[in-house]
Design a protein around this ligand. Structure first.
Ligand code: OXD
Ligand code: MN
Length: 662
């Protein structure tokens, strides 16, 4: 009997069963032999199950676990049940290993500091593998590199994975995490099984997803999404760890195999690289499943907006690239006192038309994995109230009274405490340090249920009805505060043309305006041209209520480089205009780029400072001509032959309108 098999689903006892001995035995002896074979096989296994039981797992799950245990060779297996007791055990182990520190100032809060080489998603090492390259990415023109995803041939991928996973968990525990993206049992939800050798990942997945026994019950014998993860540092170590954080940056790879519904992630223990339910499942594989099954998996927050005067409530889904304040918008405290915002989700939306033609959305996640710097009682008091219990903080600074600190909290921290930076600088002070206290991508990982403004329907298995879809970007020039698309197809074009200012990679000095269609650039699970066709096909459905589509820009700057619009709670004024448009109010006027508020229809009552509305809504002709040229170039170079004609048509029309009307 082979000790290690890499080839699929057969178990050792089945090998034995198919042996000549068994085949030749009389039927009555078979059951005794089967049992003996299984006891024998158990004794030959190199791992011990220390929590839960393999025999209690659904068959398909057990096969998946055993197959990968034979491959990765962990010492022990822990099947997660999701209980409080289990979590206590995990945090104990993580403390003992020096990976978590208790933050005494708060209730059940923890601090993790990573290896400084493992601090963010690694887009360049993230691949989708499909037999045909074109199923994953459009073929760029002129030999350009695709900015719309990385493809790898399945055979090459097999080789890459085989170079990494065999024996990668030696000396470690393999945790089995059954998790549901979306409320357990909702027809919109999907179940994954993540195998990981990181207890930190288990503690985080416990917050970010619904995980444990109830998921296995809901799964039964059905298929699931297979998520294999290893930090890639078997024991004994061959080199010391940094900050006790095991990772293997040189060998990191995040691989998606949509045709097999599999994710394989190696080498990183951080964020979207390792919490596989989030970007990997809910967006990359999710968008594939959405295309097959007729729904949308999007990088969108979902918020509820209730008009307290009329009692009417609307739900909005909104896509923004990173650094545009998505979590702030999802938890906004409106400056208009007749509105209340409730949060359904801050990062991902799964949306599907129901049998009545209503677009319904769920947030597949159960927690927030929010960027800490910039979050404060001033910018997002709701997030601050949410994250001060039951939270895992990663790479933030700590204070000498057992609390946390990051850039943005300067006026909220007790001036008498000392600050220890994420890199361990003791008594860190802004004025005499050239590095920040917290890593710019430091995070809080906190349960959504704790958020004081969670929407009462946030876990409704049916999802919430979406009336408006909002795209946005950080655009210092030319793009007005808000505009509405003329129709669905024009709205899809607006999503496809999204651009946003991002802090450029360190080697560039200037900030750059980057294309980020639908805020999905790092998350497309298949060819962007096909993605556009899928969105367009939604507009062709009969008997559906199509949401209206808008574009917003909170970040326009004046000639003297100041934000024209105050943002934050004042953005409620824009949401008010959006929902009034959904109500059919005649408050919009035509411009070359879309419909903008008619004079005096944006509610500015009670604003502290006057806003130059003319500048905020001006449409400089030269800017828009340049914008159109940049979009032409991008579509031509990057999407090439896969660009749907309807989208090119929209671009031509925009160009003509700019020429004629501006
Ligand atoms: C995130 C991201 O972490 O979009 O949500 O990068
Ligand atoms: Mn995101």
């Amino acid at each position: 009997m082979p000790e290690t098999r890499l080839d699929g689903n057969q178990r050792p006892e089945e090998d034995y069963l198919s042996s000549k001995l068994l085949q030749n035995s009389p039927p009555r002896q078979r059951s005794i032999l089967i049992e003996a074979a299984s006891v024998f096989a158990e004794s030959r296994r190199s791992y011990r199950v220390i929590h839960g039981s393999l025999t209690q797992l659904p068959n398909k799950v057990r096969n998946y676990v055993e197959e990968n245990a034979r491959l990765c060779k962990p010492d022990t297996i822990h099947i997660c049940d999701g209980s409080e007791r289990e979590n206590e055990m995990l945090t104990y182990v993580l403390r003992k290993d020096g990976m978590l520190k208790k933050l005494h100032k708060y209730e059940n809060c923890w601090l993790a500091r990573t290896d400084p080489a493992d601090v963010a998603r690694v887009e360049r090492l993230t691949y989708i593998s499909t037999p045909l390259k074109r199923d994953t990415v459009p073929t760029p023109k002129y030999g350009a590199k695709s900015q719309l995803g990385n493809w790898m041939d399945p055979e090459d991928m097999d080789n890459e994975l085989n170079m990494r996973f065999p024996d990668c968990m030696k000396g470690r525990t393999m945790f089995v995490i059954p998790f549901s993206m979306g409320p357990v049992g909702s027809p919109l939800s999907k179940i994954g099984i993540q195998l990981t050798d990181s207890a930190y990942v288990v503690a985080s997945m416990r917050i970010m997803t619904r995980m444990g026994d109830q998921v296995l019950e809901a799964l039964g014998d059905s298929n699931f999404i297979k998520c294999l993860h290893s930090v890639g540092r078997p024991l004994p170590l061959t080199a010391p760890l940094h900050n006790n954080w095991p990772c293997n940056p040189k060998m990191t790879i995040i691989a998606h195999l949509p045709h097999k519904n599999e994710i394989h992630s190696f080498g990183s223990g951080y964020g979207g690289n390792s919490l596989l339910g989030k970007k990997c499942l809910a967006l990359r594989l999710g968008s594939n499943l959405g295309r097959e099954e007729g729904w949308l998996a999007e990088h969108m927050l979902i918020l509820g907006l209730e008009n307290l005067d009329t009692g009417k409530k609307r739900y909005i889904a909104a896509a923004f690239p990173s650094a545009c304040g998505k979590t702030n918008l999802a938890m906004m405290t409106p400056s208009l006192s007749n509105y209340k915002v409730t949060c359904v989700g801050d990062d991902i939306a799964w949306m599907r038309f129901d049998e009545n033609g209503v677009l319904r959305a769920i947030n597949p996640e159960a927690g927030f994995f929010g960027v800490a710097p910039g979050t404060s009682m001033k910018t997002n008091p709701i997030a601050m109230k949410t994250c001060l219990k039951n939270t895992v903080f990663t790479n933030v600074a700590e204070t000498s009274d057992g609390g946390v600190f990051w850039e943005g909290l300067e006026s909220e921290v007790d001036p008498n405490v000392r600050i220890r930076s994420w890199l361990g600088d003791e008594d860190w002070k802004k004025d005499n340090s050239d590095r920040p206290a917290a890593h710019p991508n430091s995070r809080f990982c906190t349960p959504a249920a704790q958020c004081p403004i969670m929407d009462p329907l946030w876990e409704d298995p049916k999802g919430v009805p979406i009336d408006a879809i909002v795209f946005g970007g950080r655009r210092p020039q030319g793009v007005p505060l808000v505009y509405e698309s003329f129709n669905w197809q024009h709205g899809v074009f607006i999503g496809a043309s999204m651009r946003s200012e991002s802090t450029a990679a360190a080697e560039h000095k200037a900030k750059m305006i980057m294309h980020d269609p639908f805020a999905m650039r790092p998350f497309f699970g298949y060819n962007f041209g096909d993605y556009l066709k899928h969105w367009l096909s939604m507009g062709e459905k009969e008997n559906v209520h199509l949401p209206k589509i808008f574009h917003v820009n909170w970040f326009r700057k004046s000639a003297d480089n100041k934000f024209i619009w105050p943002g934050f709670g004042e953005n409620a004024r824009v949401l008010d205009w959006i929902v009034r448009r959904c109500d059919g109010e005649d408050i919009a006027k035509h411009t070359a780029i879309g419909l903008v508020p008619k004079q005096d229809t944006l509610n500015l009552a009670g604003m502290e400072e006057a806003v130059d509305m003319e500048e905020l809504f001006s449409l400089p002709k030269e800017f828009w001509q340049n914008e159109v040229n940049a979009i032409y170039k991008y579509f031509d170079e990057q999407v090439n032959e896969d660009l749907p004609n309807d989208i090119m048509h929209e671009l031509h029309n925009l160009e003509e309108r700019i020429q004629a009307e501006l």
